[in-house]
Design a protein around this ligand. Structure first.
Ligand SMILES: [Zn+2]
Length: 313
């Protein structure tokens, strides 16, 4: 998501957009929805190389955002969640071969508890020679249903262990399951992370919110070409902003740049619909009871897209 102040500043076409991607497992067919084959990974890397994309580190992206620098359309950031062994064994060799930087988001309890599928501290340390290490919580919990104190406790526990094992506390946080809301964010912000990253498909431009960066999953077949076409759609969400108390959305309201006259919107369980906008204001009567524990809302105008995830507490 994005900061709110600039909606009327400039025409949309002036913005360039970087892309953040997330992988989970590599060559692990037991989990098809979170798996990427190394054959596909190689094809994606070849695509990036051939079309002169520059794979940069999160650190580089953070510096550019912090300094208000221009963001290049050719920038790609690659991240891996959960610190599965299959990354260490199958994915990492390819990242090394292409000299592509990356950030590995560690699920601390899985390593502490020697869970079968997960990397050891030695493997994480070895991985840290080639990329950056981020924090993906201690217990990989559903944060939205936890108390403020429990969120703080989970993070503190995980960060203290990482400090002990790695000698530093990671500066980037990725939400477990991509689940969060404003309250969860506020708790995590007490830890002074440089970047907090969600899992809402989208892109990043110079106005993106450093504590709410969109990240697109790359799993299954090679569709990086399509995903690289996505541009940011500056959106101020008005209603809903969070899971509605009665579990129902009556009117979907948001503010978009004035030049957006028509929009396609999607709510999980309802499919795509079209709405017309007046002076950039969206007010669509949807009257929908939310059925899914996680409901995604997408807005789309051409190749511009914004999204919001509502999580049931
Ligand atoms: Zn995860």
């Amino acid at each position: 998501m994005r900061k709110l102040f600039f909606l009327t500043l400039l025409p949309l076409y002036l913005w360039a957009d970087a892309h953040l991607f997330v992988f989970h497992r590599f060559d692990d067919n037991r989990h098809p929805t979170t798996n990427t084959s190394t054959q596909t990974l190689r094809a994606e890397f070849e695509y990036l190389k051939k079309h002169h994309y520059q794979v940069i580190s999160l650190k580089q992206l953070h510096q550019a955002l912090q300094n208000g620098e221009e963001i290049s359309d050719k920038w790609v950031v690659l991240t891996i969640d959960d610190s599965f062994k299959s990354f260490y064994n199958n994915g990492l060799p390819l990242f090394k071969e292409y000299h592509y930087p990356f950030t590995l988001f560690v699920y601390v309890q899985a390593t502490v508890g020697n869970y079968g599928d997960y990397m050891s501290w030695e493997q994480i340390k070895e991985t840290g020679k080639y990329g950056e290490i981020g924090f993906h919580s201690y217990a990989h919990p559903h944060l939205v249903s936890m108390s403020d104190q429990a969120i703080i406790k989970d993070s503190k526990k995980g960060l203290d262990i990482m400090q002990k094992q790695l000698g530093y506390k990671p500066k980037y946080y990725a939400y477990p399951y991509g689940e969060y809301n404003a309250r969860v964010r506020k708790q995590l912000e007490t830890f002074d992370f440089d970047l907090i990253i969600n899992q809402n498909a989208g892109a990043v431009d110079k106005h993106s919110d450093m504590h709410d960066l969109d990240r697109t999953a790359l799993t299954g077949a090679n569709n990086i070409k399509v995903k690289l076409r996505t541009k940011t759609l500056p959106t101020t969400w008005i209603n809903p902003k969070d899971w509605p108390k009665n579990g129902k959305i009556t009117t979907l309201k948001a503010t978009l740049p004035k030049e957006v006259k028509k929009i396609e919107y999607y709510i999980s369980g309802q499919g795509w619909k079209v709405a017309t906008l007046k002076d950039g204001n969206l007010a669509a009567h949807v009257n929908q009871r939310l059925k899914m524990h996680r409901t995604r809302i997408f807005l789309k105008s051409g190749n511009r897209q914004s999204s919001l995830m509502l999580v049931k507490p």
